[in-house]
Design a protein around this ligand. Structure first.
Ligand code: 5GP
Length: 178
């Protein structure tokens, strides 16, 4: 058991299990996208560790950009506006794979997809380490999933609890008794 701020967590997915899953995801991507032009878009902050380890298993001729969703207050009519920052590569006619730490409601991925829609990508898909199918309310479920997990809060391996715990090298699930 570990403590992050005021909450206790227990180990849920070990470092070893993560490593093996990432090897298998890398193999799937290498086979699926062989000979194609691929751009990976890793979504900060949570996906930094997953993206870094996944990229070591990928032997495609590819590019990687680190992007971030950012919200700002627009005009009275537009209200809160979200934009994707850090996309400094041309994705026209390329196969785009969004790398996420976790897909929960699917809202973030839907938003990113809608912001990329008119940029002429050949295809758009999502590779996520974790997926909570019971919480998902989005348009399309992620195509490449490491682990489907129950609807409980997790930290570690890039995922935070109030900005803490991202550096844990395994994934920990919140304890019921919290
Ligand atoms: P969405 O609901 O849009 O699919 O997920 C939005 C974001 O919520 C994720 O990228 C992640 O940052 C955060 N999130 C969702 N579930 C969890 C969780 O169990 N643990 C942590 N640390 N973050 C989560």
């Amino acid at each position: 058991m570990i403590q992050v701020l005021d909450k206790s967590f227990e180990e849920f997915i070990t470092r070893d299990e993560i490593d093996r899953k990432i090897q298998s995801l890398g193999k799937t991507l290498n086979e699926t996208y062989a000979g194609k032009e691929v751009v990976f878009l890793a979504v900060l902050n949570g996906a930094f560790m997953f993206a870094s380890d996944l990229m070591k298993e990928v032997d495609l001729d590819c590019e990687i950009s680190f992007v971030k969703m950012s919200s700002y207050q627009g005009t009275k009519t537009t209200g809160q506006v979200q934009e994707l920052i850090g996309l400094n590569t041309d994705i026209r006619n390329k196969h785009v794979i969004i790398i996420e730490d976790i897909v929960d409601t699917g809202h973030t991925v839907d938003k990113i997809n809608s912001l990329l829609e008119d940029k002429g990508a050949e295809s758009l898909s999502v590779c996520t380490l974790l997926y909570k199918p019971d919480a998902f309310k989005g348009q399309t479920p992620p195509q490449y999933v490491g682990f489907s997990i129950p609807n409980a809060f997790v930290v570690g391996y890039g995922l935070d609890y109030d900005e803490k715990g991202r550096n844990l090298d395994a994934i920990y699930q919140i304890r019921e008794a919290n």
